[in-house]
Design a protein around this ligand. Structure first.
Ligand code: CU
Length: 405
């Protein structure tokens, strides 16, 4: 302990000396932003991966768990991602386009993955005229990698590049988002999912937490990130910089799954007998009550895979802002089933039903399908131009009906 304190003093002293010299340089040179790498011994990390352990307060867990029995071995692997931030026009559905700031030109940004114990390096290049950061949400990172402007780092200025580096832990469904003026920048599309797969268990880790023993074999895995859009972003006076004002939350008029509103939302495909998992993240400001027709699903928190998870059977689940959940269902009822927000006004496109946060579970090669009513159903209002819409099979049927193609 004594050595650690002395060490910390030494770092502070070096820091002061370094600060002094950088101030002296700043007068003459343009400021080049750098940060101290949290793992300067990276070479050592790769050669001799350390054991990481973490603990949950035993009083929360009936004294069952402690730091000694939750551990994993680092993989010694470096996983690298490059992200750019640009201003784009994003196609929500049909002919609805809005201005967004986006990671790698898409909303949400690319789905990143790593294994627990990997070292993750994310290099971010800011190609916009506004400053940004990345907050790795749910990760247990060193504080200088937390991405909160002016509290843990200086924000990434236009034209600048910044590198985040941290060990991927714990395993679960994490995400990343900009934390600069977050109320606005999050609504402007700066978010993406990040799956951390469970790593090899470390010594002393009991079998029951080495991997989730309740987890069946998963045949198909889906990720669905829920969010909301206020199309008045582009209206100048009523949108723009006021986007992040709490009064404006009620202006959200498009509700998205992976950046798209129904009927362009991603579909879930299944074959009878398969086990399907959907990882949900609610990135919106409202809570969302996703309800699946025709099936019950098992649901549990996805925020820390190794932490105790309580699986519950539900046919609808409420997901609050920033929460992640796994839902698993057995494909045992063939047909075509909707899966939608039961706050039904959020299953519309600017008030036109059906739309928004609605998708379809469709069984492949299913004898039911030809027997179901031809789409579009009465009252169905197709949003946008079906000629240019990006359609999956159900939507192809609609296209056929409307255009006779
Ligand atoms: Cu930002």
């Amino acid at each position: 302990m004594k050595t650690k304190i002395l060490g910390a003093f030494a770092i502070v002293l070096i820091g002061i000396v370094a600060l002094g010299s950088s101030l002296a340089l700043a007068a003459a040179d343009p400021i080049v932003k750098t940060h101290k790498q949290p793992y300067p011994d990276r070479e050592h990390y790769i050669k001799d991966p350390p054991i990481n352990s973490y603990s949950l307060p035993p009083d929360l867990l009936n004294g069952k768990w402690s730091a000694e029995n939750i551990s994993f071995k680092s993989t010694g692997k470096l996983v690298e991602y490059n992200l750019t931030i640009e201003q784009i026009k994003w196609n929500v559905v049909g002919d609805v386009f809005i201005t967004q700031w986006a990671f790698n030109g898409q909303v949400p940004g690319p789905l990143l993955t790593a294994t627990e114990g990997d070292m993750v390096r994310i290099t971010v290049k800011n190609n916009t005229t506004i400053d940004h950061t990345i907050h790795p949400h749910g990760f247990w990172v060193p504080v200088n990698m937390d991405g909160v402007p002016n509290i843990t780092q200086l924000s990434i200025q236009p034209g600048e590049t910044f590198t985040y580096e941290f060990i991927a832990k714990p395993s679960g469904f994490m995400f990343y988002h900009c934390h600069v003026n977050a109320a606005t920048h999050m609504a402007m599309g700066l978010y993406g999912g990040f799956i951390v797969y469970p790593g090899p268990a470390g010594p002393g880790t009991p079998k029951e937490v080495a991997a989730d023993p309740n987890l069946p074999r998963i045949d198909r895995d889906y990720v669905m990130i829920l969010s909301e859009i206020d199309t008045r972003i582009d209206d100048g006076e009523s949108g723009g910089v006021e986007l992040g004002h709490p009064r404006k939350i009620a202006n959200m008029n498009y509700f998205t799954i992976n950046g798209k509103s129904f009927p362009e939302t991603p579909m879930i495909f299944a074959k009878e007998g398969e086990t399907i998992r959907v990882r949900f993240l609610n990135f919106g400001y409202w809570s969302h009550a996703m309800h699946l027709h025709g099936h019950a699903f098992a649901q549990a928190s996805a925020e820390c895979d190794r932490c105790p998870r309580n699986w519950e059977y539900r046919d609808a689940m409420n997901l609050n802002a920033a929460n992640r959940t796994d839902i698993i269902f057995k494909a045992n009822n063939p047909g075509r089933w909707v899966f939608h927000d039961h706050r039904v006004p959020f299953a519309t496109n600017d008030g036109a039903y059906p739309g928004g946060m609605l998708t379809v579970v469709e069984y492949e090669n299913d004898p039911w399908l030809p027997l179901l009513p031809q789409l579009p159903l009465p009252g169905f209002k197709f949003m946008g131009d079906p000629k240019t819409a990006n359609m999956s099979s159900v939507h192809q049927a609609i296209k056929k009906e409307i255009l006779g193609e």
